[in-house]
Design a protein around this ligand. Sequence first.
Ligand code: ITT
Length: 201
Amino acid sequence: MKLLVATRNKGKLKEITQKFSSIPDIALFSIEDIEKEIGSISEVIEDGTTFAENALKKARDLSQRTGYPAMADDSGLVVDALGGEPGVYSARYAGDGATDAERNALILEKLKDVPARERKARFVCVLALVVPEKGEFLAEGICEGEISTEPKGSHGFGYDPIFYLPEYHATMAEIPLEIKNTLSHRARALEKAAKIVQLLI
Ligand code: ITT
């Protein structure tokens, strides 16, 4: 089965490719691969109020444009002390054009007076699979942690440097990618999605 992956995020793509590498009879193509064949694909506006809505919107768009099965992920950081922010706004938090470092700094600043016990947060990932003639499927993965008091580590991407995993005594950016890929929200959602894909092949 040919499966198009609706993301331009290199970190996500790497994680998805690794997780699906053991599934026989599946060939993954990124948006960039498809653009080489059909020309540029405009960005989908992620204006949904839930991760599921946005993931479905991205997967439907790519599948409808190409006629192939497509998978998209919407993911982000949910911080309890910020009432669930940045949530679906994770990619745009701190404004368009802000860097990962600026987004991390904004969260640390907003939490500067919040004590350790109230710094609980989670990464959430929803994967949407849209398969012509077979249907639409959703898979969710959650990874629980805390917001640290300073950024640490250089692995991963996005909010990883401020996402502290108490059981590892380290942030997500301090642990090797191979470990992140066993416990991350995306890893968990991908495991569920892989089972769905295997049933559809
Ligand atoms: P695509 O829409 O092209 O897939 P994106 O980077 O815009 O890529 P999202 O809209 O899903 O992705 O935004 C999710 C944001 O949440 C992302 O930019 C990161 O800042 C953050 N995020 C998601 N997964 C993460 C992870 O594993 N580690 C750290 N931050 C993550």
